[in-house]
Design a protein around this ligand. Structure first.
Ligand code: SF4
Ligand code: SF4
Ligand code: SF4
Length: 254
């Protein structure tokens, strides 16, 4: 591939699924008209959701999902050994994500209530960085395809990607959204990293914190405001813990 007249290497990439809904991988495969541009930039050598190729010579690995079993730990470590750059992709990989809800219940209760006593192989929910070194975290639930493509372009050009450090509220103001918190809805936008274009508030939904904490977030102040607005401790805890993005923030965590 040539960019501004310079020949660029087409890095080989692999996309690997662990415990999650695979929605982040689906985002990459979505919108077929963009795929040709992606294939021009990179060579996809291992990506179960879209290809039967299973090559092991990938240079960049994208990890989708959190880690819940010993066999996943072993597989992830093997991928880490091969990949020059490892990207944790989506809230499950970066934070544990919605899977962390499982940790609120005993395994025997989960098996009885959900799996009708069928044996399941699962352990504690771990984010990818709990097991191996992560070079880049691509946030979101699911990831955004434009942000994935933006990241791939940076990797191909060898430029370090800079994700927003400011909170979702900034994007809300830029888009002249009405504040859903003022309308009486719970919103974690003041403490959540931007980059999603405030998609939830734009659609009259509160933010759930899927992109993880923003830099210098003032959790105490937000929780105080939520209490003043009449949200119960239970409601606040449910929201704050949902993606496992803000562990240690609530007094009950300490
Ligand atoms: S981050 Fe969200 S969309 Fe991606 S795998 Fe996890 S649950 Fe699915
Ligand atoms: S809706 Fe949420 S993210 Fe938007 S300005 Fe209000 S508190 Fe901030
Ligand atoms: S508004 Fe919040 S929950 Fe919605 S996509 Fe953005 S960071 Fe995620």
């Amino acid at each position: 591939m040539k960019y501004l007249g310079i020949t660029l290497e087409r890095p080989k990439i692999g996309v690997f699924d662990f415990t999650g809904c695979e929605g982040c991988q689906l985002q990459i495969a979505n919108k077929e008209e963009d795929l040709k541009d992606l294939f021009d930039l990179v060579e996809i050598v291992n990506f179960r959701e879209i290809s039967s190729d299973r090559r092991e010579d990938y240079e960049i690995a994208f990890i989708d999902g959190c880690i819940t079993t010993d066999s996943e730990v072993a597989r992830l470590k093997k991928i880490r050994k091969q990949a020059g750059i490892l990207v944790a992709m989506g809230a499950c990989a970066c934070l544990g994500g919605v899977n962390n809800l499982r940790s609120r219940f005993s395994l025997s209760d989960v098996i009885r209530e959900v799996y009708d006593r069928h044996h399941i192989n699962t352990g504690p929910v771990r984010k990818v960085a709990d097991v191996v070194h992560v070079d880049i975290e691509l946030p979101g639930c699911p990831i955004s395809k434009p942000e994935f493509e933006w990241l791939v372009r940076h990797l191909v050009l060898g430029i370090e990607p800079q994700f927003p450090k400011y909170p979702v509220c900034v994007e809300c103001k830029q888009r002249l959204n009405s504040c859903v918190l003022d309308m009486g809805l719970m919103c974690l936008g003041p403490v959540t990293r931007a980059g999603c274009n405030a998609v939830c508030p734009r659609n009259r939904l509160g933010c759930w914190g899927c992109r993880g904490p923003s830099e210098e977030a003032n959790f105490e102040s937000l929780i105080e405001i939520l209490r003043e607005k009449g949200f119960t401790e239970e409601h606040i805890a449910e929201r704050v813990k949902f993606f496992n993005a803000f562990s240690g923030v609530l007094n009950s965590d300490r």
